[in-house]
Design a protein around this ligand. Structure first.
Ligand SMILES: [Zn+2]
Ligand SMILES: [Zn+2]
Length: 373
């Protein structure tokens, strides 16, 4: 029902792509992260709760985006297509395809852990499951989310008591809002980097309850003392910038699944790392695959080898399929597009702080990293 082409997964019967890497006539998209949402397609089909964030990311192509409710069936050239919650970020979806008596599901990115900012992952029974494997190694086992959230608030409270500003780095779409949702506003003001402000507004408009926030740069310019004891949520690209240094005495931390590993914390050079991921860890990945009942599994996006081997030993017909990030060497155009998207976000903040523009080049790397939130 699907095959891998130089533009990504293609459904020949339905004549559409799922999460294409390049512009195509018709794209069915799992979610709005840069490595799943290509610019310049003629038509996009997304889950309705994620429509606004996808449109925000697509800028000039926003009018080409159509949303359908989770579970609603759209028949495209005889292929029954429906979208089901993936639990990754707001509006993230698994794509279910039914044709010729077979059901295939493309997971996109997903997690089974609780997240107050999006609908929970649902197992969808299928014959073939296309799964991500970002953290597909046995070393990745997430600590309890509630405990991580308590640790973040405790870190912030300690900093606030000492008059230090806390800088908390996490990806602007998804991770930032999940972090904000867990912050305790009784500790102090919650301030946002410009790149986080717009996405957070869209989450609120979608009905996601979040504590009050303010724009960090505007706040800093109006009352310098207002940022003392505050927490500032910013994208990783803002780390080590002039923007970040202007907050005076700060303590910084990075929230990502990668922070589980000590070496990754050292490389980032942040004081603290909080292991909070929007992907499944190793045990959840395996139980999620099992819950689909699939006898065939395609593995992509991460540590494919370990997952393929583990499944193969248990009699599942598993194989790795390439992503544009691993299998393709012709990445230049894709990276350019990603950089352009982020540059647009940076522009918003530039009105307040031209120093951020100097760091725009870093965002290229940040967008690439975003696939690994
Ligand atoms: Zn993602
Ligand atoms: Zn991804």
């Amino acid at each position: 029902m699907l095959r891998v082409t130089d533009r990504g997964l293609y459904c020949e019967a339905g004549d559409f792509h799922v999460d294409p890497w390049r512009p195509v006539p018709r794209a069915v998209v799992t979610h709005a992260h840069g490595d799943h949402l290509a610019w310049g397609c003629d038509a996009y089909l997304v889950a309705e709760p994620g429509r606004a964030v996808a449109q925000e990311r697509l800028g000039q192509y926003a009018s080409r985006v159509e949303g359908i409710a989770y579970g609603e069936v759209r028949t495209i050239n005889g292929v029954r297509v429906s979208l089901h919650p993936a639990g990754h970020i707001l509006g993230s979806a698994q794509v279910r395809l039914e044709h010729g008596g077979e059901v295939w599901v493309v997971s996109g990115d997903y997690k089974t852990a609780p997240d107050p900012t999006c609908a929970p992952w649902e197992p969808v029974r299928c014959d073939l499951f296309v799964t991500e494997s970002t953290f597909g190694l046995p070393i990745y086992r997430w600590p309890d989310e509630a405990r991580v959230v308590r640790d973040i608030n405790a870190w912030w409270a300690r900093n606030a008591a000492e008059g230090v500003t806390s800088l908390l780095f996490g990806y602007a779409l998804g991770k930032a809002q999940r972090l904000i949702a867990g912050l305790d506003p009784a500790i102090g003001p919650i301030l946002l980097h410009g790149a986080v402000v717009r996405m957070t507004e869209l989450y609120r408009e979608a009905g996601i309850a979040l504590p009050p926030t303010a724009h960090a740069t505007a706040m800093r310019e109006s009352r310098r003392d207002a940022v003392r004891g505050a927490i500032v949520v910013a994208p990783p690209s803002a780390e080590n910038t002039t923007w970040a240094r202007r907050f005076g005495t700060t303590s910084s931390a990075f929230a990502s699944g990668w922070m589980l590993v000590r070496g990754a914390r050292r490389r980032r050079g942040v004081a603290r790392g909080f292991a909070l991921s929007d992907h499944v860890d190793w045990p959840s990945l395996l139980s999620a695959i099992e819950a689909t009942g699939a006898s065939r599994v395609w593995v992509t996006h991460g540590f494919t080898g370990a997952v393929v081997r583990w499944l193969g030993e248990r009699g599942v017909d598993a194989r790795a399929i390439p992503t544009r990030w691993e299998g393709e060497r012709d990445d230049a155009a894709v990276m350019e597009e990603s950089a352009r998207q982020d540059a647009a976000v940076i522009d918003e903040d530039a009105r307040h702080d031209e120093a951020v523009i100097d760091e725009a080049a870093r965002d290229d790397a940040a967008v690439i990293e975003e696939r690994d939130t």
